[in-house]
Design a protein around this ligand. Structure first.
Ligand code: ADP
Ligand code: MG
Ligand code: MG
Length: 871
């Protein structure tokens, strides 16, 4: 490397690891040069020079000297001369920051042309249209990019000449071209306030300065803010010899991906436009051909592209997005970078590259982002049904998914409609924290205002709810409960469908398909399981949920909540009879009924899981939740169980608690009404014996006691379980192994975990209650103040969603450590929604914990995160 220079790098001096100073484009042009690929030569003005310029507001003498010297080197390499001579050197000036950044200055092509050199080019190539067409483009690009002159103004000048002459530019004479150029210069001078520079070094320095300045334009600043790119990096500038896709019919320009960026399928994917330069391909003026057509029309170029694609993938170990130009059948590479792709493609490509042995298993795992899996699992509209619907409006795709529902304009209205069982789409101008209640019950949220980081967008993404924001095609009148769009009106209750993946809104119902774990994702997750230390279980009690969890790769069920099974009409009635029972006979008969039902539930669970482990939690919720509150309901209840209304009402009132979450629930139920747990354990053991025999499997039920706070509670509950199980063994003459463990969800339980561990086969952290009790935040009311806490930065996260490592986490660490020390066989797990959250899992992985358990939907993501955390 030329040690005299420290502000510029010839392509041959750089490499891909110098993105900081060369920018992404420059670093990769250097890398391709060193790989021996056909790259038009040039040099990079570094970000160091840019940062100096942004301070000094002028090009330093050193930089000017370096650039002049680099140009003269380029003249030597190319055998051309800049600004004079028979074979003038033309260059492009291309911006390129460390992170690709739309919003900054665009590329200028054909720099180095002026009134003199254009004639030389015309003479040398014997191609007037090419030479003058290129010059015309330079004036236009220079004017547009540096002075923001509207391209239309230039085009008009061309059209005027065409109209006057009565023929198109293909037939222009030299005189016609001179006239066009003259017109262009006039447009330029009128709007730029200066003449189009004839001195080619003036052109170059003005262009370099413009690139530097564009780092600080508003669009670039906004983009950086949105993408968390630091403001002080600066951009590099690439100055590169021109090659010409507009030179002849055997020339053209193309962009291509080395694999399909939508599906990940192997094979070149992209477009080629013949007789065109640079941005023509994206401008849409002419329709480019699929790259595959090159195989027939230019087999040599196509073969060369294939070889280069392979070489680049091997070298970068990733799918590449490349830009190239063909000049008279010679292929030139102009850019390469890791290609952007859909989540689906990302998964498929990562697995294929691993199979092709280009990347390691660890690398494959690290390339999948948890959010990608989430997106893949979101439902989407059935393509065949979607094709039948026209979209009525579109906005920003803030949170992926597809949903249908009736339009509701207020959060409260959404809540009411959802409680009636309706599917709701909440449509508002924007949302605020008060709307969260409405958002949680909505299938989708749509706002007419706001961007990707608006309240609606952020909250919906957090909830995994489909969301479109900034939908300006809709004029929403919240008070009037109507929204107008170009073709009509939406009234409350109208059905719409929302696609959060592309931001479109449709009238009516569109069928959806559930997202699924693809074949390749499954294979990746299987590799993940080998690397992970933490195992992943699912939460669920219905056959549907259990199946879902197993299909998604859960090792078993880490939390089956039995209370869900009590809220069916007949059982609820029995439960109410039990609570209101006045004598032992009543209790025995209702318990017998409930036991029969529960046993059926457990049989179904065990039959679905067979020998996969299942942790069943005994009844947890406050008793009073089983009794109605409204007078009419109480009256009906009294009638149905043949009791006096006043007596029932008094009993219900007596059971009502001021603070039910801290009341008669969990193990406290077993203390006051031991028959319930006894019945549940009997049902579990009988079901396990039945299924074990029928299916010849070894079922080891795990029985979990909730809400333990003092050791005697656990001793008592355990004895209750053991007695109940032994009773069944005696009665049936059969036996099986079972486990009894406890949830750890009270701070006090954490503090005495060593004692509890003596009596427990396993611990399972219930992070929801543990968080509630550690903070003293009621889970049901925290939404009233938590948003303000988050806004004011009093808390970094909602602790019910992201585990509070400092407080709750410290308690967990203490409990797990003490527990395992006291009982080396103790299994420790975490259930609750944080079990599927990346940050939380990362922390849990540092604790002496064996597994996490989360909702079935989040199991695949959790498997990935558990592996990533361990890499
Ligand atoms: P962007 O960052 O917007 O992609 P580029 O700097 O890559 O801008 O330039 C856009 C296009 O201009 C390139 O894809 C290529 O077609 C054309 N181009 C840039 N430099 C040259 C060059 N030296 N010779 C030929 N075409 C060029
Ligand atoms: Mg561009
Ligand atoms: Mg480009």
């Amino acid at each position: 490397r030329n040690s005299m220079f420290n502000l510029t790098y010839a392509f041959a001096e750089g490499n891909k690891d110098l993105r900081d100073i060369l920018g992404g484009k420059g670093a990769n042009l250097s890398e391709m040069t060193n790989l021996g690929l056909p790259v038009p030569q040039g040099f990079v003005v570094s970000t160091v020079a840019c940062r100096a310029y942004l301070k000094a507001h002028e090009l330093t003498d050193d930089l000017v000297t370096e650039i002049r010297s680099r140009v003269s080197d380029l003249e030597t390499v190319t055998g051309k001369t800049f600004g004079h001579g028979a074979d003038p050197l033309l260059v492009s000036v291309r911006s390129g920051a460390k992170f690709s950044m739309p919003g900054m200055m665009d590329t200028i092509l054909n720099l180095g042309l002026n009134d003199v050199t254009v004639q030389r080019v015309a003479q040398r190539t014997e191609n007037l249209a090419f030479a003058y067409g290129s010059y015309r483009r330079l004036i236009q690009m220079f004017g547009n990019v540096v002075f923001e002159i509207d391209i239309k103004d230039f085009n008009e000048a061309s059209h005027k000449v065409e109209n006057v002459r009565g023929y198109g530019s293909a037939n222009f004479t030299r005189q016609d071209w001179l006239l066009v150029i003259e017109q262009y210069k006039q447009v330029f001078q009128a709007q730029a306030g200066q003449e189009f520079p004839q001195d080619v070094y003036d052109q170059l320095f003005i262009a370099v300065e413009a690139v530097f300045k564009s780092w600080d334009n508003d669009r670039a600043k906004v983009y950086r803010q949105l993408h968390n790119i630091p403001d002080d990096l600066g951009t590099a500038v690439n100055i590169q010899q021109m090659v010409f896709g507009n030179y002849s019919k055997d020339s053209g320009t193309g962009v291509m991906f080395t694999r399909n960026p939508a599906t990940g399928a192997p094979g070149l994917f992209g477009e080629y436009l013949s007789q065109a330069q640079g941005e023509d391909i994206v401008s849409g003026a002419r329709t480019p051909d699929p790259i595959a057509n090159l195989e027939a029309s230019k087999p040599q170029v196509y073969q060369q592209l294939k070889t280069i694609a392979e070489k680049l993938e091997k070298h970068y170990q990733d799918m590449q997005d490349v830009e190239f130009t063909v000049e008279d059948n010679h292929l030139y590479m102009l850019q390469t970078r890791n290609g952007k792709r859909t989540p689906n493609a990302a998964v498929n490509i990562a697995y294929d590259l691993y199979e092709e042995k280009l990347i390691s298993a660890q690398e494959m795992i690290s390339r999948i982002e948890p959010g990608m899996i989430e997106q893949l699992l979101h439902p989407s509209f059935l393509a065949s049904d979607l094709a039948k619907h026209d979209s009525i409006a579109s906005g920003l795709p803030a949170s992926p998914g597809a949903a249908t529902g009736e339009v509701i304009f207020t959060a409260q209205g959404a809540k009411v409609a959802a409680e009636k069982g309706h599917h709701v789409v909440l449509l508002r101008n924007e949302t605020s924290p008060e709307d969260i209640v409405g958002m949680t019950v909505s299938e989708a949220v749509v706002t007419s205002r706001g961007g990707m980081t608006s309240h609606a967008a952020v909250v919906a993404r957090g909830m995994g709810t489909c969301c479109v924001v900034g939908c300006q095609d809709l004029q929403v009148d919240e008070a009037g409960a109507v929204a107008h769009y170009a073709g009509g009106v939406l009234k409350e209750g109208d059905i719409i469908s929302v696609d959060g993946t592309n931001g479109k809104i449709y009238l009516g119902t569109i069928k959806t398909t559930a997202g699924s774990v693809s074949d390749k994702l499954n294979k990746i997750l299987a590799v993940c399981d080998k690397y992970a230390r933490l195992q992943v279980f699912g939460n669920g009690e219905t056959v549907k949920d259990i199946r879902e969890a197993i299909v998604k790769g859960a090792r078993g069920i880490g939390l089956a909540r039995t209370e869900h099974m009590f809220f069916q009409p007949d059982r609820l009635k029995a439960m109410r009879q039990l609570i209101l029972a006045e004598n032992d006979a009543d209790i025995t008969s209702t318990l017998a009924y409930i036991k029969g039902e529960q046993k059926g539930d457990f049989v179904a669970m065990f039959e679905t899981l067979l020998d996969k482990p299942c942790t069943i939690r005994l009844l947890d919720p406050p008793l009073h939740e089983f009794l109605p509150t409204k007078e009419a309901d109480l009256q009906q209840l009294a009638q149905s169980i043949h009791k006096d209304y006043n007596w029932v009402a008094a009993k219900a009132a007596a059971l009502r608690e001021v603070n039910p979450m801290l009341g008669l629930r969990g193990v406290r139920l077993a203390v006051t009404l031991p028959q319930i747990y006894q019945m549940q354990v009997e049902a579990i053991i009988e079901a396990a014996i039945l299924v074990s025999e029928a299916h010849q499997v070894n079922i080891i039920p795990e029985i979990m006691i909730p809400l333990i706070g003092v050791t005697p509670e656990l001793e008592m509950a355990k004895k209750l379980c053991v007695d109940a199980a032994e009773g069944i063994f005696e009665k049936t003459g059969k036996r099986l192994d079972y486990k009894v463990g406890t949830m750890i969800e009270m701070p006090r339980a954490c503090l005495i975990a060593d004692e509890l561990a003596q009596d427990a086969d396993f611990f399972s952290f219930g992070t929801n209650d543990l968080t509630q009790l550690t903070f003293g935040y009621s889970r049901d009311d925290a939404h009233k103040f938590l948003p303000t806490y988050l806004e004011d930065h009093l808390l970094p996260n909602d602790p019910f969603q992201v585990l509070d490592t400092k407080g709750v986490g410290a308690l967990m660490n203490m409990a797990a450590t003490k527990g395992k020390a006291a009982n080396p066989k103790l299994k420790v797990g975490v259930c609750g929604e944080v079990g599927g959250n990346a940050e939380s899992i990362e922390f849990i992985n540092t604790l002496p914990v064996d597994y996490v358990s989360c909702s079935p939907f989040r199991v695949p993501q959790a498997r990935l995160i558990c592996a990533q955390t361990q890499l």
